[in-house]
Structures are given as C-alpha cells and as structure tokens.
Design a protein around this ligand. Structure first.
Ligand SMILES: Nc1ncnc2c1ncn2[C@@H]1O[C@H](COP(=O)(O)OP(=O)(O)OP(=O)(O)O)[C@@H](O)[C@H]1O
Ligand SMILES: [Mn+2]
Length: 274
C-alpha cells in the first residue's frame, strides 16, 4: 500500500506557490527557509495582519469564518497584486479546527471564477476601511439585534450623490447637518438605534453618514435575489447595479449579512459564526 505521504502529497506536489493563512511565526519560518532553495516555491502569507513580516502579503479585511471565502479572498488578492498568475495552482494552508494550520487545499487560481470578494473591499469606490466598518457593524447588529429582537438593516456605501438621486426620504433625515462617520463608536450606537426605522442608510466613499430613512428607487430589472427575501434585498442589490455603490444588507428574516456589488451577491456571512 502506498504511504499516506504519497497519497496526500499530491495535494501539494508541483504547486506554483504556497499560501499560508495566518501562520504562526515558527510555522512561517519553516517556509522562509524553503524559499531560499533553488527550486523555491513562492510563499504568500494571507491574514488580517502581517505578524510574521512576510515579504509577500495579502491583507484580509476580516478573518472569514467560511474557509472558501477566506481562500478566495486570498487568491483573488494575490492575482490582483500580480503575485500569482491566472491558472497557477496553490497549496492553501489554513486553520479550520484550531488556531494552528491543520488543513491544506489545492486550489487553482482561475480569473474566470472570480467572485469579486477582493474587489468588494479593495476595488470599490468607498474606502476599504469604510466597507470593513459597515460590514462589522452589520455583523454586530445581527448578533445582538435591537434590544434582543432580530433587526434588519440596509447600508448603501459609496457613490452617495448618485444614490441620493435614485432615492427619496421617508422621513426627516437625522444626519442632515451632521458630519459624522462610520467606525466612530458613538456613531455606531446611533446607527444601531436608527436601524429600527424604515429605509436605507446612505454612506459616502469616505464613510460620512449622508442619510438615514432613504427609500431606494433603483431599476430592479434583471436583479436576482434568493427566494424568501423581499424588497430590502431587491432594492439593496439593484442600487449597486444602477450606481457604483456597494450595499450591505442584514436580513431580519434569516439573520444573514449579504454584500452586493454590481447587482450580485458577493458575500454572505452568518453573524452567529463570528
Ligand atoms: N426600496 C427600499 N428602500 C429602502 N428600504 C426598503 C426598501 N424596500 C424595503 N425596505 C425596507 O426593508 C424592510 C423589510 O422589507 P422586506 O421584508 O420586503 O425585505 P426583505 O428583503 O424580505 O428583508 P428581511 O429579510 O429583512 O425581511 C422594510 O420594512 C423597509 O424598511
Ligand atoms: Mn422580509
């Protein structure tokens, strides 16, 4: 019988590179030595922070709990930064069951299979930090709800002028004359408080809260949303096709947070998993 090394070895034989997801220092060191050899493979570190000081690094906006999202983000980022080429095969080493790396996936970086998860943060009109703050806020809101009750919310981020033109007020805008930004803890409390109210929040590229209570009126032709979801998701998806905004939607009915770009769902996260 072939040894296990022979069988599992196929997972990382003849790969073009190795992607290490949030490796510990000592784990990374073992690869750094390998890189100095003649038949060196490229070593890419992917993580929320470059703790190990790797030369080749792709920054994650958050530790995706879903492994395929995590790997896709890393590979789409590496392709975008020209670290790897379309068609390259990578051994992606990540942790699933503990903090240590315990899993290797052999993945081909296929530009045609592009999900847009990296573009959502790095190539949206809005500042990546703003996208990240809004996503975190939506996840937090999904975990806690409002006073224990599940709550829904719709955040439209970026291209605010155009978004305002494709929407109308449902009520007095509490952010009318204010200059407040997402990410500020007090503002986050206000946003959570106002999430009980109808309509969407409109946020600028730089994170300024432009309006609450906005009723979106994009053309929804040809926008598909999962069954069971309604007007909030339809409007949230469609506005990202009509404008260069992205949207982040927390569903009151199924509790999931979804991000839309160009009319498509790019990311779906379960707040309870964070
Ligand atoms: N065009 C719109 N613009 C802004 N907000 C909207 C729009 N349509 C609906 N909403 C908001 O979404 C809320 C929920 O609507 P609906 O139940 O149809 O959406 P949904 O997609 O099923 O979302 P959920 O999963 O949260 O129920 C409404 O009460 C309203 O506040
Ligand atoms: Mn609904």
């Amino acid at each position: 019988m072939a040894g296990l090394d022979d069988v599992f070895g196929d997972l990382f034989s003849s790969v073009d590179g190795v992607a290490l997801f949030s490796p510990s220092g000592s784990y990374y060191e073992r690869f750094a030595d390998l890189e100095d050899e003649d038949d060196a493979v490229e070593v890419i570190v992917v993580g929320t922070e470059n703790d190990v000081g790797a030369d080749t690094f792709v920054e994650l906006p958050l530790e995706f709990d879903n492994i395929s999202d995590r790997i896709r983000f890393g590979l789409e980022g590496a392709l975008d930064q020209d670290i790897i080429d379309d068609g390259d095969t990578l051994a992606c080493a990540t942790s699933v069951f503990s903090d240590d790396i315990d899993t290797v996936s052999r993945v081909r970086a296929d530009a045609d299979n592009h999900t847009g998860i990296y573009d959502l943060f790095a190539r949206s009109r809005a500042d990546p930090e703003v996208v990240k703050s809004v996503l975190e806020l939506a996840i937090e809101l999904g975990q806690k709800g409002q006073k224990g009750k599940p709550v829904g919310a719709l955040f439209v981020v970026g291209d605010a002028g155009k978004v305002m033109n494709k929407s109308r007020p449902l009520s007095y805008n509490p952010f009318e004359k204010s200059h407040v930004h997402v990410g500020d803890p007090i503002v986050n409390v206000m946003l959570k408080e106002f999430s009980r109210l109808d309509g969407a929040f409109v946020i600028s590229d730089a994170g300024k809260i432009v309006s609450a209570y906005r009723y979106l009126e994009p053309s929804a032709e040809g926008v598909d949303i999962p069954k069971g979801l309604g007007a909030r998701h339809m409007a949230g998806g469609a506005i990202t096709r009509d404008t260069n905004a992205i949207s982040i939607v927390l569903s009151e009915s199924d509790g999931l947070v979804r991000a839309f770009k160009a009319g498509e769902i790019i990311l779906e996260v379960d707040p309870e998993a964070y």
